[in-house]
Design a protein around this ligand. Structure first.
Ligand SMILES: Cc1cc2nc3c(=O)[nH]c(=O)nc-3n(C[C@H](O)[C@H](O)[C@H](O)COP(=O)(O)OP(=O)(O)OC[C@H]3O[C@@H](n4cnc5c(N)ncnc54)[C@H](O)[C@@H]3O)c2cc1C
Length: 380
């Protein structure tokens, strides 16, 4: 289809969760919206993740977006028809220093964000090998969505309510008010470029300025013969090193020093041992983090071995039946969680530069659309 004469209030480039969230919030304001996506379906990071809206463990700007996006997830789950669950997250402590971080976090944030669990409370919720478990905490506000259907169903639903999608169409360059694509130009009042790590292919200077890299992750979906089903996302001690909310806890450096000394291979792979249970009874198991401008096509088996070894040990099982393995990729840049730039008038580049786009994307987009249109209204 030629795009020659088309014009929209908003053109979004990239149909991952960040782009779909911008399309959703623009559509809710009654604006005409088009989405340009160079693949034929949602196939990027937004279907390769854990489906974990990890709200409680964020801080600052990310926490604001995460909290704002929570209601949107629940609304979209009904409107667009995908599985979501207000399960919270359970974090398991297997060492005194992990328990100390959790106690510090729970004391700082209060029971609506984090509540300590006794050892027996953890063991009624988590089918872990009881041997090493000392206690844990629950983060009750966290959500889960089905990562395989959430973003694809949002795209389908947006299409059904009038958002125009140009699939198999690549955006190639931008001018004020114009998006050039592989099918021709599209006139745009406002453009949101939400192409995740590929911003360096469209705006190379921007990519270089923020030292953008691609973070590649080993992921596994597996059937694990658990004593009873796991019904919440599960964090381990490694999770305490992963999220900004835990960063400033006094005992976090002690956990980091111990895990890094005890597990050098896992440290090289930048392991984050966590799990999300899926509606079909399997677990999503992850992950590793290898940062390069261009990720290697060749995933080491070591990354998968580490994930499976730690899973067998944590749950005290002999077998883990792998259903699928895959590589996820998200954008990363030192010292920042988000990139928001306006390299051309009314052309906004928006990228989540760490692995929290499912958690923050909806709130980030609400703020971005509001800023673009509320400022425009003031300027009129
Ligand atoms: C393994 C893994 C686990 C994760 N787990 C979680 C989690 O549990 N919770 C959480 O909050 N976050 C998680 N994340 C992070 C989260 O998935 C990402 O932050 C989020 O999906 C990024 O969304 P996006 O829309 O920016 O990117 P994508 O989903 O990658 O979408 C970008 C889209 O842009 C398109 N595109 C690129 N260039 C062009 C072009 N020139 N023209 C047209 N289209 C273009 C691509 O085809 C792609 O569809 C995880 C990520 C990974 C990889």
């Amino acid at each position: 289809m030629s795009t020659a004469t088309l014009e929209f209030d908003v053109v979004v480039v990239g149909a991952g969760i960040v782009g779909l969230a911008h399309a959703y919030h623009a559509h809710k304001r009654g604006l005409s919206v088009a989405v340009v996506e160079h693949t034929d379906r949602v196939a990027g990071a937004s279907v390769r993740n854990f489906g974990h809206a990890c709200i409680s463990a964020q801080s600052g700007e990310a926490l604001r977006y995460a909290r704002a996006g929570r209601a949107d997830w629940l609304t979209l789950s009904v409107e667009a028809g995908f599985w979501s669950a207000e399960t919270g997250t359970v974090a398991l402590a297997r060492h005194d220093d992990e328990l100390a971080v959790m106690e510090e976090f729970a004391a700082l944030r209060g029971p609506s964000t984090a509540r300590m669990l006794t050892r027996s409370e953890v063991l009624t919720r988590v089918p872990a090998d009881p041997g090493g478990v000392l206690g844990g905490m629950v983060l009750p506000a966290d959500l889960q969505v089905d990562p395989r259907t959430a973003a694809p169903n949002i795209a389908r639903w947006l299409e059904s309510v009038g958002v125009k999608f140009f699939w198999r169409t690549a955006a190639t360059s931008f001018e004020p008010g114009l998006v050039r694509t592989s099918r021709g130009g599209i006139r745009a009042g406002t453009t949101f470029v939400t192409v995740n790590h590929d911003i360096d292919r469209l705006f190379p200077d921007l990519g270089e300025d923020i030292e953008l890299q691609r973070c590649a992750l080993h992921m596994v979906k597996a059937a694990v013969p658990l004593r009873f089903p796991l019904t919440t996302p599960l964090f381990t001690g490694w999770s305490l090193l992963r999220y900004s909310g835990f960063e400033t806890m006094p005992s976090t450096p002690t956990v980091a020093a111990r895990l890094h000394a005890e597990f050098p291979d896992e440290t090289t792979l930048d392991l984050h041992q966590m799990y999300t249970p899926q509606p079909d009874g399997t677990l999503l198991i992850g992950d590793t983090h290898i940062r390069e401008v261009t990720p290697s096509a060749f995933q080491s088996e070591k990354g998968f071995e580490v994930l499976l070894d730690h899973t067998r040990e944590l749950f005290g099982v002999r077998t883990v039946d792998v259903v699928e393995r895959w590589q996820g990729v998200y954008s990363t840049a030192p010292g920042r969680e988000f990139l928001r730039a306006e390299p051309l008038p009314r052309t906004h580049v928006v990228t989540v530069t760490t692995g929290i786009g499912m958690t923050t994307g909806l709130g980030l987009a609400a703020a971005g659309v509001a800023a673009a249109f509320d400022t425009a209204a003031v300027g009129v």
